[in-house]
Design a protein around this ligand. Structure first.
Ligand code: GTP
Ligand code: SPV
Ligand code: MN
Length: 586
């Protein structure tokens, strides 16, 4: 038992109650210090929870391997526990709070016997921001402590922010035996409480991230008049030095981290892109009628596969030190590897399951959802605004998904209501970030399907109503980096080249670029889109990337019905009207 490092009575009471329930051998009050980190790492290494990587190549980096059925978010085991199922809505799993509490109390009773319960105080948001929230996570996982230390502003700073108040999120994480049968990720928005059991995977257990910043966050945002979104935030500085702030919502493993860290191609090298956030944005109308965004996080929990020097050099620099890798592959000299890190795989590896691997092995060496967890301050492209308590004024909101067919590279919505419709109808092929089938098209409204903590129809209404409080609403766009040609190749080269799309978007928000009207929205005309210096991509290829097939789109519009019917009872009528307009234009 270490000594409590706060005198806040509500915190002391809750830790005591939880310790009574879980019965840990020890309670460890984390302070977020360097010496505490070093001691926890030593213990984790000694107990085999972490492997110390090659410190010459990767200083301060460690490796964690999870159990094979605990490698992604478990959406089927994620619950919103509010009094009525209508409030959770048809897109969420629901259970009555009393029933879920009683189930979880049963699972957690005595669950930490022989273990240590760590008390993690943390902030979501920069110090001094009116949007910043305090969380406390009680966990029996050292991996969670060390990861939360990277992902949030963790330690004494959170108690200072909280003072004697009671307004903090109550997070409890019991690893149990990580058996999927007992896995629950349960949210109790009315009590500002999250309980997570029987997992040790990021999105299920780093409770500040998806659970607090998005599910509880969106529920609060709906009540309080702001937005909690699954969005990156970036700053785009033009050659003349003008800064434009942009957010983008893409579903899990669909390109947020990469877009937020984009390095422009040589032809556009005079543009500077800087990262404010790579996964979550909290946004609120400011006194000037603009929409201001902060990134509540302090680190990146990013997808490893596909990351390399060419696709994302800023990420490669970020993860070269102080990083925890999970479920990637190991080289014999304890360096890390994953599919797409180098063109040629090493001759021999230990795969994510701990087995010997060679290039002839049938399975990937790294799990497709293997991840890095790295502090944002390591990012060479970090925007200083990431710490600004006031946030940044957003000029453009981009929606996008992973679609092999039909959806063009970029288009702009006609107005806010149309933009909300376009975001609501987002669809994407499923990825390894969640347990389940990969590559299946599903509706993922605003990339929030797994993260909206209340009724999705009400969420759309909240978006529509927000317009009334904005004098300068962000312009809304839709992108698709993932369209393929008949041979299965991506048509658009993506990554740094996405700067060309971003340039058009930025210029549109300033009224400086032209566009052509189509049934979907405005698209860049032949002279509006900068293809300069691109080898192997000409106007004909661009036409293919931008193609809007009317027959294909009439079928696509019909698929929007799935969502419309599911949400019908709560759907704002404006969106049905938008659908009529789209069908008429087609
Ligand atoms: P979460 O952390 O799960 O929310 O994901 P994310 O949206 O941040 O996705 P991320 O940027 O990590 O990208 C996921 C995968 O898509 C990686 O394998 C990337 O290499 C790949 N990817 C990202 N951008 C592009 C792109 O422009 N084109 C192509 N073809 N692939 C991309
Ligand atoms: C996602 O799945 O969208 C992630 C990773 O960003 S996790 O934190 O595990 O949810
Ligand atoms: Mn995410």
């Amino acid at each position: 038992m270490t000594k409590p490092n706060t005198a806040n009575p509500a915190v002391l009471r809750w830790v005591e109650e939880t310790a009574k329930l879980c019965q840990p051998d020890r309670v460890f009050w984390c302070d977020g210090s360097e010496s505490e980190k070093d001691a926890l790492i030593d213990e984790a290494v000694a107990r085999g929870i972490l492997i110390r990587l090659n410190q010459k190549k990767l200083p301060g980096c460690y490796y964690h391997r999870s159990t094979v059925d605990d490698v992604a978010r478990s959406e089927a085991r994620t619950f919103i526990c509010v009094p009525t199922s209508e409030e959770a809505g048809p897109t969420n799993n629901w259970m009555a709070p009393a029933e879920m509490y009683s189930k979880l109390r049963g699972l957690c009773a005595g669950a930490m016997r022989g273990r240590t319960m760590y008390v993690i105080p943390y902030l979501m948001g920069p110090l001094g921001s009116p949007l910043t929230k305090v969380g406390l996570e009680l966990t029996d996982s050292i991996y969670v402590v060390l990861s939360m230390r990277i992902m949030t502003r963790m330690g004494q700073i959170a108690y200072e922010h909280l003072g004697q108040g009671e307004d903090f999120n109550h997070g409890l994480h019991c690893m149990l035996d990580v058996n999927p049968k007992n896995r629950y990720i349960a949210h109790f928005p009315q009590d500002n409480t999250i309980i997570s059991t029987s997992s040790n995977y990021g999105g299920n257990v780093l409770l500040g991230k998806k659970c607090l910043a998005l599910r509880i966050g969106s529920w609060l945002a709906n009540k309080e008049g702001w937005l909690a979104e699954h969005m990156l935030i970036l700053s785009a500085e033009s050659p003349s030095g003008e800064k434009t702030y942009v957010t983008a919502a893409f579903p899990s493993a669909c390109g947020k981290t990469n877009f937020a860290m984009l390095v422009p191609p040589p032809h556009l090298a005079a543009w500077k892109i800087r990262t404010i956030g790579d996964d979550i944005a909290w946004m609120k109308p400011g006194a000037d009628g603009r929409l201001y965004a902060i990134n509540p996080e302090a680190g990146y929990f990013g997808v490893a596969p596909g990351t390399n020097r060419r696709t994302n050099p800023n990420a490669m620099d970020t993860i070269s030190r102080d990083t925890i890798y999970t479920n990637v592959a190991l080289t014999p000299d304890l360096d890390v590897w994953w599919e797409g890190k180098t063109d040629q795989p090493p001759a021999e590896l230990t795969d994510w399951k701990g087995n010997r691997w060679t290039p002839g092995s049938p399975e990937p060496a790294a799990h497709p959802n293997s991840r890095f967890c790295a502090p944002m301050k390591n990012n060479p492209a970090l925007a200083p605004e990431a710490d600004d308590p006031n946030g940044v004024p957003i000029s453009a909101i981009i929606f996008g998904g992973r679609r092999s067919t039909a959806i063009p590279l970029v288009y702009q919505a006609f107005n806010w209501i149309h933009g909300v419709y376009v975001g609501a109808c987002m669809s994407s092929e499923t990825t390894a970030a969640a347990t389940g089938e990969v590559g299946k098209i599903r509706r993922d409204p605003m990339a929030m399907l797994p993260f909206c903590g209340y009724n999705m129809g009400q969420y759309f209404r909240h978006w529509l109503l927000l317009r009334k409080r904005l004098c300068v609403p962000p312009r809304i766009f839709y992108v698709n980096w993932f369209r393929r040609d008949s041979t299965g190749k991506f048509i658009w080269p993506g990554f740094g080249e996405n700067m060309r799309v971003l340039k058009w978007i930025v210029e549109r928000t300033h009224g400086r670029a032209d566009a052509v009207e189509t049934p979907l929205g405005w698209v860049p005309g032949p002279r509006d889109f900068d293809l300069g210096g691109m080898s192997g991509f000409d106007p004909a290829a661009m036409a293919k990337a931008q193609e809007i097939g009317l027959e294909e789109w009439r079928r696509e519009a019909l698929t929007h019905d799935d969502l419309m019917l599911k949400l019908y009872a709560d759907l704002p009528k404006e969106l049905l009207f938008q659908r009529e307009l789209l069908v008429a234009r087609l």
